[in-house]
Design a protein around this ligand. Structure first.
Ligand code: FRU
Length: 486
C-alpha cells in the first residue's frame, strides 16, 4: 500500500483543512468583503464522522485562512450540509445558517443558527428543527432569493429527499416560517441518491432579457451494483416561477466530466451578481482511501458560471476565478513544437498551464504529466474524433482502490482554435476545455517533487504555452489556535 507522505503533497492554492476529514462545502457566502467557506468536517480524525461545520475565509478565493469549528456536532446530533444567507433584520446585518440535523435515531430535519459577528460565532435556534418531515433522508437545505416580476421578494429553501430522488421547495418571507411549495423529481436513473441541490438564475448568452434557472444536484450510486464511476454532479436548465421548477429536458447533464467534483454549491451574495460554484474534489467511491495525512479532503478551484447556447441548447460554462487569469497574464507565453521530438516542461506541480493551438493543422495533441511516482495522466485531444480523453493510470493508483484508475471522455465543440487550461495543485488536476464548456476534475498522485509535462503533436505546428508555478508561499495560512504541527 502506498504511503501518504511520499506521494501526495498538500495543495498550495486550494483549500484543505490543516488536519482531519473534510467533505462538502457548506454555507458559502460573501460577507463584509470576505469569502466564507464552511465545510463538512470531522474535528476528531481523518475519516467521515462527528460531522460538524469547519470554517475558512479568503479575501480573494486563492488564499485561505482556517478558523475554529463553527458548528460542532453534539451527542445524538450531527451537523450535515447546508447553506448561509446574509440579511438585515431590524436594521442589523446577520447571517443565517440552514443545516441538516442528522439525529441519532436516523431522522434528518432542517435547523438554523444565526451569527451577528460576521460568521465566527453562532447561536443555535432553540426551536430547532424548523423543518421536519419525520423522514430519514431529508437534507442539504439551500436558501436562495427570488423576486417576481412585480418586485415581490421571498426566500426559497430547497432540500432533497435523497432516497426518493426529489427536491422539495419551500418559501418564506422572514427566514423563520416556511411554506411547502412543490416537489421536483424523481427523474433519471434509479439506484442513486440525490444530494446538495442548488438553484440559480443565469442570463443566456449574457442577455438579461433571457433568464433561465439552473438546478444543480449531486448524485451518488447506492446498492450492491453501484456504478464504478461513483458520485458526480449534474444539472437541469429550466424555468422557476417562485413555486415550481420545470426542466426543459428530462435529462441530467454532467457538470464536470472527471471523477472528483461533488457536492458543489454557489456563494450567496457574491459581488456583481456573479454565480460562483465550489465543489469537493473527491468521490464517495474511494474518498476514505485517498492517502493524505493528517488531512483528508480538498475543495476545487471556485468556478464562475454562465450559460451559453451551444448547438441550440443552453449549456453551463465554467471559468476559473480572476486570480488564475491574473497570474497567467503576468507570464510570458512560449511558442513550442511538440513533433519530433516531443516538448518537455518541468513544473513545480503547483502550476497553471495554458495551451492554445490550431488542431486543424497540428492533428492529435497529447500531453502527459508524470511526477516521481509510477502513475501518470494522459490527455489526448483529437479534433478528428472530436473527443478529449483524460486517463489516470499506474500501479500506485490501482493499489489505492480498484476503481481509482479512470478514463474520462469529453465531446469537443467543432472548429476553431483549441484551448486547454490545466490547474494542477499537488493531487488536484482540473482541466478547463475551450472557453469553459467542459471541465474535467480528478485526484491524481504525481508525488511530491517536480512534475514533467510532455507535449506531443501529430504534425510540426506551434503550440502556445503559458505556465505559472504558484510557489509554496501561496499556501493556506493558519491562525495560531489551529496550528498543530504535522
Ligand atoms: C454529500 C452528503 C450530504 C450530507 C453530507 C454528510 O456528500 O452525503 O448529503 O449532508 O454529505 O457529510
Amino acid at each position: 500500500m502506498p504511503t501518504s507522505k511520499g506521494q501526495v503533497s498538500r495543495p498550495a492554492f486550494h483549500f484543505t483543512p490543516q488536519r482531519n476529514w473534510m467533505n462538502d462545502p457548506n454555507g458559502l457566502v460573501y460577507h463584509r468583503g470576505v469569502w466564507h467557506l464552511y465545510f463538512q468536517y470531522n474535528p476528531e480524525n481523518a475519516d467521515w464522522g462527528n460531522m460538524s461545520w469547519g470554517h475558512a475565509t479568503s479575501p480573494d478565493l486563492q488564499h485561505w485562512t482556517e478558523h475554529p469549528v463553527a458548528l460542532r456536532y453534539r451527542e445524538g446530533e450531527q451537523i450535515f450540509s447546508g447553506s448561509i444567507v446574509a440579511s438585515t433584520v431590524n436594521g442589523t446585518e446577520q447571517l443565517t445558517a440552514y443545516y441538516t440535523s442528522a439525529y441519532g435515531d436516523h431522522r434528518q430535519a432542517q435547523s438554523t443558527a444565526t451569527s451577528h459577528d460576521g460568521g465566527f460565532t453562532w447561536q443555535l435556534n432553540p426551536n430547532n428543527p424548523v423543518l421536519d418531515r419525520g423522514t430519514s433522508a431529508f437534507r442539504d437545505p439551500k436558501v436562495i432569493r427570488y423576486t417576481n416580476r412585480n418586485g415581490d421578494f421571498q426566500w426559497i429553501l430547497l432540500a432533497v429527499e435523497a432516497d426518493d430522488r426529489q427536491v422539495l421547495f419551500y418559501a418564506s418571507s422572514d427566514l423563520r416560517s416556511w411554506e411547502y411549495l412543490s416537489t421536483f423529481g424523481p427523474i433519471g436513473d434509479e439506484g442513486l441518491v440525490w444530494e446538495c441541490p442548488d438553484l440559480f438564475p443565469l442570463a443566456v448568452d449574457g442577455d438579461p432579457e433571457c433568464i433561465r434557472w439552473v438546478l444543480v444536484l449531486s448524485t451518488n450510486p447506492v446498492g450492491h451494483d453501484a456504478d464504478a464511476d461513483g458520485s458526480s454532479m449534474s444539472y437541469f436548465v429550466g424555468q422557476f416561477d417562485g413555486v415550481s421548477f420545470i426542466a426543459e429536458t428530462q435529462e441530467l447533464t454532467r457538470v464536470d466530466h472527471g471523477r472528483d467534483f461533488y457536492a458543489g454549491v454557489t456563494f450567496d451574495s457574491a459581488p456583481g451578481g456573479e454565480v460562483i460554484l465550489l465543489g469537493w474534489m473527491s468521490n464517495w467511491r474511494y474518498a476514505t482511501a485517498f492517502p493524505t495525512a493528517p488531512w483528508r479532503g480538498a475543495m476545487s478551484i471556485p468556478r464562475r458560471l454562465s450559460l451559453r447556447v451551444l448547438d441550440g441548447t443552453p449549456r453551463l460554462m465554467q471559468e476559473p476565478p480572476a486570480f488564475v487569469s491574473e497570474h497567467l497574464a503576468k507570464a510570458v507565453p512560449a511558442t513550442v513544437f511538440g513533433a519530433d521530438p516531443p516538448f518537455s516542461l518541468s513544473l513545480s506541480g503547483h502550476s497553471l498551464i495554458d495551451l492554445r493551438w490550431d488542431p486543424a493543422t497540428s492533428g492529435v495533441l497529447r500531453l502527459r504529466l508524470q511526477g516521481d511516482t509510477d502513475s501518470k495522466v494522459e490527455i489526448i485531444h483529437s479534433s478528428t474524433s472530436q473527443t478529449l480523453h483524460i486517463t489516470r493510470s499506474g500501479p500506485v493508483l490501482e493499489a489505492l482502490h480498484p476503481d481509482f484508475a479512470s478514463r474520462s471522455t469529453v465531446e469537443l465543440a467543432t472548429g476553431g482554435a483549441a484551448r486547454l487550461l490545466l490547474i494542477l495543485d499537488g493531487p488536484l488536476l482540473e482541466v478547463f476545455v475551450g472557453n469553459g464548456e467542459s471541465t474535467v476534475s480528478n485526484l491524481v498522485v504525481p508525488g511530491r517533487s517536480a512534475v514533467t509535462a510532455t507535449l506531443e503533436t501529430e504534425r510540426h505546428t506551434p503550440v502556445t504555452v503559458t505556465s505559472v508555478d504558484l510557489a509554496q508561499s501561496e499556501r493556506i495560512t493558519t491562525p495560531a489556535a489551529l496550528d498543530h504541527s504535522d
